[in-house]
Every structure is written in structure tokens, then in C-alpha cells.
Design a protein around this ligand. Sequence first.
Ligand SMILES: *[C@@H]1O[C@H](CO)[C@@H](O)[C@H](O)[C@H]1NC(C)=O
Ligand SMILES: *[C@@H]1O[C@H](CO)[C@@H](O)[C@H](O)[C@H]1NC(C)=O
Length: 497
Amino acid sequence: MKRSSSSKPNPTVLFHLFVLLLIHRRTGSNAQPEINVVVILVLENRSFDHMLGWMKQSLNPSINGLTGTECNPRSAADISSICVSDDAGFIDSDPGHSFEDVIQQVFGSTSGSVPSMSGFVSQALTISSTLPATVMKCFSPENLPVFSSLVGEYAVFDRWFSSIPGPTQPNRLFVYSATSHGATRHDPVDLLLGYPQKTIFDSLHDEGLDFAIYFESLPTTLFYRNMRRLDFAPKFHWFPTFGKHAREGKLPSLSVIEPRYFDVVGAEADDDHPGHDVGNGQRLVKEVYEALRASPQWNRSLLILTYDEHGGFYDHVETPYVGVPNPDGLRGPPPFYFNFDRLGVRIPTIMVSPWIKKGTVVSRPNGPTTNSEYEHSSIPATLKKLLGLKSDFLTKRDAWAGTFEHILQELSSLRTDCPEILPDPLPTRSSEAKEDSFLSEFQAELVDLAAVLNGDSVFNLRKDTGKQMTVKEADAYVNFAMKNYMKAAREAIDRGN
Ligand SMILES: *[C@@H]1O[C@H](CO)[C@@H](O)[C@H](O)[C@H]1NC(C)=O
Ligand SMILES: *[C@@H]1O[C@H](CO)[C@@H](O)[C@H](O)[C@H]1NC(C)=O
């Protein structure tokens, strides 16, 4: 049909167009999920292949996991190798994962520029003769029943990296602030004074949105200076309150769950760190999932499960090293003066929502740049879009990181087939918690943080004997300090300062 430019539009056609537009807009808006309840749980120190690699064989061949032929040589001189296996169970030793250790793991030597992922065995050999087999051991999916179920039902990310090739704290800092403020290791002064950078919690607060931290021992989010603001203190809750808020439909826009980092008899750690029982981590994930699934807020929720870093365990995917932007111009300390231009090892990330298509596997992001990747900074970057935050990106890194809101936009209506109950995990160890052992570096830092919050000078030495605290003593102390901190904050707020 030809249309002359002088002919007037037909009113009937216009009316039909108008109706069509209305219908389109209505179905369009019905199909758009409004996600306004995000829950994040970051566990400790495990790589992607170690936890989820074998799910390629048993669950979904499109996952970039293990084929069974992945091996690492013992050393440049002795090229006999150790290969991946599927018999990971309880792991007592703690593989290397410091900045220096990770250089050797990814480059296969103490220097290099192109990651070969060939030095996990040789690095482990520098610690003990039995550790190499340990770092190549991966979990068989039936021993991680909760993750198997979630990977089958929802989304797994098979190309999500830790933000820096180094330890816990810097990586945890990236999750909520897209920088570690120049830290590549645990800087004692910054940990105590609190890291000064802006966080996603500040962005939410500035725009009138609420957040909450539900913790089991001491929350690591208190390592950010701003999180110690008096008016933020009421946002910290002991973990059982998560279940209560979920039941009552009172979860805020962003909830962070912090696991138990101390392993004591009767209150075992559930952070998945080596030496702790992964069965407990599976139980925590199950509990969080089931509480959210039963919540009146489930229809608008997204649960993000990830790990801070790979913990020294093998992974076969080369770590990205091209075009990764330094977040804020800060460099790491000597001798490396790390420029924050490489990512860390791949870690497991699973996402859950009734808006996610069953069996989704997410690999590379589509932008914003050609070499953007998924890493911890993808979390604040996506929250900005999902929750409609108007504030700027936190750093150059979250401006670059891939976002994942599209996984929530593929279905035209929400799923009604999501399981209400997940399988029961079994314990992976038969022994009791080693509550009389000394603290890991990370646990000692938590004790230092507790001392700062409580106005003490104990740090990780016992006041009376000057000896190092045991895990059991430290656990009791951080609980006591956190209770005092929350009580003091409540009283100060009541007094109106
Ligand atoms: C995880 O690894 C870091 C080193 O990267 C270590 O200091 C820390 O103790 C570990 N986490 C826990 C919870 O022990
Ligand atoms: C959640 O969505 C389901 C399916 O559309 C619906 O039956 C249910 O009533 C919704 N629940 C709430 C609390 O809105």
C-alpha cells in the first residue's frame, strides 16, 4: 500500500495502533521482573573446578568444567604430573593463596605474563609433599547436593573471577566497593582504621534504599570505615533475624549474609574454608535458600552465592590479564607494586531467582567493553542497574565489569516450579572441630577488628597470659565484643547522639 504524504491518517487505524500499544505496554510491564530484594552470601577459599568442575560431566555439558585430562607438572625439572580427581572430601591443610603463591600457581613460575594455570602442583610442593594431590582434588557433584540442585535449577557462572590474584580481604573488599584501596594483602593499619572508600551500601543509603548485614560471628563488612557509622549499627543483625525478616517480608533491598568463620564444637564454621566442613557451608546455603523461597518477597528476589577467592585450589581457566582497569589509580605495596591489571583465579558463582531460566549457564558478559569480565565488581555494577541507583560507578572497575541483569529478563513470567526444599547435605568430616588450634591470619584480623570495636587493646593475644588465642577463645571474644558494640550503639542512638 502506497501512502501519500498529503493523506491524513485514518482515525480508526490510529485508534487500533493506540490499543495495540496499550496492550503491548501492559504485557511488557507484566513480564518485567521488579527485583528489589537481593541477598548475597560470599563463602571462603575454593576454586570453580574444585567445587563445580565435575558438574560438566554429570549435570550439564555446556558448563566449562573438567574433562579429566587437566594436569599440572611437579616442576620444570620433573614433568611427571598430577591430574584432577573427583575425590575431594574433608581437607585439613590450607593451600597457598597469598599474592606471591598465586603468581606461581597461574604462571607456573615466579614471574611471567601469560597465565598457563600450570603451577598449582609445584607451588603446593613448596608447602608439603601431600598438598599437591589435595589441590588437584575436586568434589564429585553428589557430595555437594545443595549446589548440584541449584546449578540444575537456576544459573551457574562459569567465567567469574576473583577481583585480584591474592587473598581474602582485598577480594572481599572488591565485592561491595569495586576496589581494595590498593591492598593486595591484609594491611593491619587499614583493617583497623577501616578502609575509606565509598561502598555500594553508601550508594543505597544516599538514595533512600535500605540494607542489612546478617552475621554469624563477626561481620567482615565492618572493615569498611563507613560501615562503622553509628546510624548504620542498627542494620547489623545476628543471623537468625534473617529467617525472621524473610518470613515477615521485611528484607531490605540488599541483604548480606556473613558465615561463621570460627570452628568450635557445637557451633561449627560454615564458611567452607579448608579445615572446616563443606557440609556446613552446604547447610547454610540450604537454610538461606529455603528461607527466601518461603518468603512473601521470593517473587522479587535474587540470591547471589559466590566465593572470595580460589584458596589455592586448581582451576584450568586462564586468568584474564588484558585490558583490566586499575580501579582508582592506587598501586599495591612493594615489592610488586601491583597495578590491579589482572584478575584472580575463577571461582564458583551461582544465582537463584524465580525469574531465572532452569539450567542457565552464563559465560562471558556482553560488554560494556570488549574485554569486560565477570568478577566481584560485577555485583555493585549490576545492583546499580537493578535497583536503579543514580549515583556514579564506585570505581573504574565496576564501570568495566560485566553486568548480569539479563539473566532475569529471559522469561515472560515467573517460574512456579522452583523447589521449596533442597537436599540434605552430609558432613564431609568425621572428626570434631579443632577448637584448640591457633588462629589463621584472617581469624586473627577478625579478633583485631573486634578489639577495635570494643575499645580494647587485646588484639589476638590473651590479656592474662600474652599467649596467642585459640579458635575457641577467639570465638567467645568476638561474640562478646560484637554484642557490646551493638549494645553501645543502641544506647548512643537512644541518647540521641
Ligand atoms: C582464606 O585465605 C586467606 C589467605 O588468602 C587466609 O588468610 C584466610 O585465613 C582464609 N580464610 C579463612 C576464613 O580462614
Ligand atoms: C508470586 O508469584 C506466584 C506466581 O505468579 C503467585 O501465585 C503468587 O501469588 C505470588 N506471590 C506473591 C506474594 O505475590
